[in-house]
Design a protein around this ligand. Structure first.
Ligand code: ATP
Ligand code: MG
Length: 373
């Protein structure tokens, strides 16, 4: 168990690519932190610097209270699980898991205890005698995790450990990692480009773009108060709708006016705008697909037409188009409270949409920053 402290960490590769700029983060002992972001944003590079697999070009890295910039990977007391398992094909599952312990000349009885205990935690005891190729992808990934567990490291590093698995297995393994975390109770740094994994696994999420940290927060914080449009669109699926509109302040009250409507902003959101001293201005308005509701026509409703009705089971994803060709996505229950089945709504059907002010997000059109942060 240990904290991990990244202080102004920087990575410049030999070819002058600056992959990570001034990365600052304090990871608490036993915390589960997820690095998430699009391909190439520097997640693996950062993780590999923590592991000691890449040199650190600038800044300081502490594991516990030890400065480890120049400490060999094997002496950092970490264990890493990769996307491609990297198991030795010619030896058994048992020996794969025992390998690093034997290198350390650990006594046989202790090796046996650790391998059996890890196999038990992961439910792979019955496969210990098999070779890796006699296992399914999910079982192999469990062995790869087992190989990390037996080392009883202070910090677990995982780089997209589930991305080689099919969707169903990935969901199952995700739940198993949550369980594993409860059993091991140690510090985790987990890399993924999948926002669902980040949201479900992380105590805190670090959202990265182009080598920079865009936001650090709990899943709820980044979902409810994204610092900018990039984070707002990255977290949540389908992604947040962004509408060009005007925020109007009139007689101490706020309205948004998308497509000629006049939708009041009340409660907390209005108070927050007031507190920030925001006046009438052009904005980008963010509304998540699940926060838009179908409504009756009127001053508060945006008229639009249905283009695509995606049936997802218990909910529908409605792709709609407004009069000025803006496209929005709306998530609604397949069967509404009145018991009407909406699966038969078809292309071209006129609809009216509205949303409540407590779920609106306001962004500056130039800086793309959240006006309330
Ligand atoms: N060995 C290397 N030499 C030079 N540039 C590299 C090297 N490894 C990575 N890069 C570059 O550094 C940047 C960050 O790469 P990194 O692998 O950390 O991204 P990532 O966030 O893990 O992406 P992905 O989701 O695709 O795995 C990219 O621009 C990449 O091209
Ligand atoms: Mg990567």
């Amino acid at each position: 168990m240990a904290s991990v402290s990244l202080r102004h960490i920087k990575k410049v590769y030999e070819n002058k690519v600056e992959a990570v700029h001034d990365f600052c983060l304090e990871i608490r002992d036993k915390e589960f932190v997820v690095f998430v972001g699009p391909s190439g944003c520097g997640k693996s590079t950062t993780l590999r610097m923590v592991a000691g697999l890449e040199d650190i070009s600038g800044g300081e890295l502490y594991i516990g209270d030890r400065l480890v910039n120049d400490v060999e990977p094997k002496d950092r007391d970490i264990a890493m699980v990769f996307q491609n398992y990297a198991l030795y094909p010619h030896i058994s599952v048992y020996e794969n898991m025992a390998f690093s312990l034997r290198l350390r000349k650990m006594p046989n009885a202790e090796v046996h205890r650790r391998v059996c205990e890890a196999a038990e935690i992961l439910g792979i005891t019955e496969y210990l005698g098999r070779k890796p190729k006699q296992l399914s992808g999910g079982q192999r990934q469990r062995v790869a995790i087992g190989r990390a567990i037996v080392r009883e490291p202070q910090v677990f590093l995982m780089d997209e450990p589930l991305s080689n698995l099919d969707a169903k297995l990935r969901n199952q393994m995700r739940a198993e990692i949550i369980l594993l975390r409860q059993k091991l109770d140690t510090t985790f740094i987990y890399v993924t480009h999948d926002q669902t994994e980040a949201m479900t696994l992380g105590d805190r999420i670090v959202i990265m773009r182009d080598g920079f940290i865009e936001q650090v927060g709990t899943p709820m914080e980044v979902f409810e108060m994204p610092t900018n449009i990039f984070v707002a669109e990255f977290i949540g699926a389908p992604k947040m709708n962004i509408l060009k509109t005007r925020l109007v302040k009139e007689n101490g009250r706020y309205y948004v006016t998308p497509f000629g409507t006049r939708i009041p902003v009340d409660g907390e959101r209005a108070q927050a705008l007031e507190k920030k001293g925001v006046g009438t201005k052009d904005i980008l308005l963010g509304v998540r697909p699940e926060h838009i509701v179908l409504s009756a026509p009127g001053e508060h409703a945006i008229p639009c037409t249905l283009e695509v009705n995606e049936m997802m089971g218990s909910e529908l994803h409605l792709h709609v188009k407004t009069a000025d060709e803006t496209r929005l996505i709306v998530r609604v229950p397949t069967i509404n409270l009145e018991g009407d089945d909406r699966t038969n709504m078809n292309f071209g059907k006129p609809l009216n949409l509205t949303f409540e002010s407590k779920v609106m997000h306001f962004f500056d059109p130039d800086s793309q920053k959240n006006l309330l942060v």
